[in-house]
Design a protein around this ligand. Structure first.
Ligand code: HEM
Length: 139
């Protein structure tokens, strides 16, 4: 049980959120294996640091993150559209536990928007053949 929730979004509060969120992600039966396959044990501190910089840039416009999330996610084996709902539910739940309602909903709104644009970039094939008419991959 969290004693007192953050009223303000600070670098320290973001670090707490990132750590708590990825601890849950790693325990989740569907998301966990995808993350464990992509990030080796010794790479986790670096991933958490990247994610702190990312959320600092998004929420505090600190400019601390520079990178290409679309390219990075394209290379993640096993990433699927259906996993995004779970990702968002866990993120929103964690933010609500750690932050007061106002900042928690700012996190949720941003995460939702970024998740939508990531999914469009990753899974939406403009002008491609509709599902079901795709050429079968060579056996
Ligand atoms: C099902 C959903 C998702 C999965 C399975 C997933 C998985 C991953 C994995 C495995 C990495 C590390 C890749 C690597 O270092 O090799 C990563 C990085 C990252 N993810 Fe996600 N992700 C998901 C959704 C999201 C969402 C919704 C956001 C933003 C709101 C996000 C933001 C990022 C960022 C910023 C990085 C770091 C990119 C960089 O290295 O510059 N991810 N993700």
């Amino acid at each position: 049980m969290v004693q007192s929730r953050h009223a303000t979004i600070t670098e320290d509060a973001i670090a707490t959120l990132v750590d708590a969120f990825y601890a849950r992600v790693r325990r989740d039966p569907t998301l966990g294996p995808v993350f464990e396959a992509a990030i080796a044990e010794e790479e986790w501190p670096e991933h958490l640091e990247t994610m702190r910089r990312f959320w600092s840039s998004v929420m505090l416009t600190s400019g601390r993150y520079s990178g290409n999330p679309v390219a990075v996610h394209r290379a993640v084996a096993g990433i699927e559209r259906s996993l995004f709902a779970t990702w968002l539910a866990l993120f929103t739940e964690t933010a609500s536990e750690l932050f007061e309602a106002g900042p928690a909903s700012e996190f949720a709104t941003k995460a939702q928007r970024i998740a939508t644009s990531l999914q469009l970039a990753l899974f939406h094939r403009l002008g491609g053949p509709p599902d079901g008419l795709k050429r079968k991959p060579a056996a």
